[in-house]
Design a protein around this ligand. Structure first.
Ligand code: GLV
Ligand code: GLV
Length: 333
């Protein structure tokens, strides 16, 4: 019997390709800076047992119905809002993700955005490069906000929320958080205070979002929520763009309802070139790179490959998102 065929929607690190190739016949979309066209994805999945997509590919019923032999969809991301997990479970398809690995790297980036926005680093950098620093040094040039001594509000105290809170503590910040469940261990470790979202928005100097995207978090930060934040506050988003109502955020930033924002994720990615957000000086923007370190992206790729081949070998994958699937279609080795 030949090796099962799998499809990968973007060239990954060699370490991960090696894992896949040991166990499967691997085909890869060869695009470099472009996403796989939908019709190509639909035709490529027709005879594959495993699919390894990026967070940018919508893996819905149409894809699953085109991929009749699919046993596993291994997302190259911790977030899996791009996959219709329920539809996969119904079809007996295993869905996996890459949790844990990117926790600290993502928290590093959240903190980098917080600091960059607060101290206006990119704006100051643009100023110097544009040869605009032609006058004397002045006491009011690019004055920003202190970070130490301020209150960091963590929305969603999962792994990444905790790692970000620890960084805040390291900078002598006071930590408050809202979450579906209380986390007594982090309250003890960091002296973090559990509050409702409204209280968090009213009290925090920095609001950092760490929730997954789902029906209950879509637009959880909208006009009402932004209007509750302090005029001096900053919003940091390294979770998913649609958690924030971007039009409301634009207005809040333009009108000074809040002071600034650090955004790694957007409602539409790539960001619409006409988005009015991009015209604002008081935001720092990056292209969904929070997990983008060599170490972490390599580990994510190996993990995604390992999850995928595990299912093909009939071994429980390390990071199964839909354990209910085992009842629908048990693993066969
Ligand atoms: C990145 O956004 C991820 O979910 O891994
Ligand atoms: C991601 O690793 C999270 O659950 O916060």
């Amino acid at each position: 019997m030949g090796k099962p065929r799998v499809y990968v929607t973007r060239q990954l690190f060699d370490e991960a390709m090696d894992v896949l190739e040991r166990h499967a016949e691997v085909d890869v979309f060869e695009g470099v800076d472009e996403a796989i066209p939908r019709d190509l994805l639909l035709s490529e999945v027709s005879d594959v047992k495993g699919l390894l997509p990026l967070l940018t590919e919508r893996i819905d019923e149409e894809v699953m119905d085109a991929g009749r032999q699919l046993r596993v969809i291994s997302n190259y991301a911790v977030g899996y809002n791009n996959i219709d997990v329920e539809a996969a479970t119904e079809r007996g398809i295993y869905v996996t993700n890459t949790p844990g690995i990117l926790t600290d790297t993502t928290a590093d980036c959240a903190f980098a955005l917080l600091m960059a926005a607060s101290r206006r680093i990119p704006e100051a950098d643009r100023h110097v490069r544009a040869r605009k620093w032609i006058h004397a040094w002045g006491p009011r040039m690019f004055i920003g906000s202190d970070i130490h001594g301020k209150t960091l509000g963590i929305v969603g105290m999962g792994r990444i929320g905790k790692a970000t809170a620890r960084r805040g503590r390291g900078f002598d910040m006071k930590i408050i958080y809202s979450s579906n469940t209380r986390k007594p261990e982090i309250e003890e470790e960091l002296g973090a205070k559990f509050v409702g979202l409204d209280e968090l928005l009213r009290e925090a100097d920095y609001v950092s979002l760490h929730v997954p995207l789902n029906d209950s978090t879509r637009h959880m930060i909208g006009e009402r929520e932004l209007s509750m934040m302090k005029g001096t506050a900053y919003l940091i988003n390294t979770s998913r763009g649609p958690v924030v109502d971007e039009e409301a955020l634009f207005r809040a930033l333009r009108d000074g309802a809040i002071t600034g924002a650090g955004l790694d994720v957007f409602e539409r990615e790539p960001v619409d070139g006409n988005s009015p957000l991009l015209g604002l000086e008081n935001i720092v923007v990056t292209p969904h790179i929070a997990s983008a370190s060599v170490e972490t992206r390599t580990k994510m790729a190996v993990t995604a490959a390992t999850n995928l081949v595990s299912v093909l070998q009939g071994i429980a994958p390390p990071n199964l998102v839909n354990p209910e699937v085992k009842k629908i279609k048990p693993l066969e080795s």
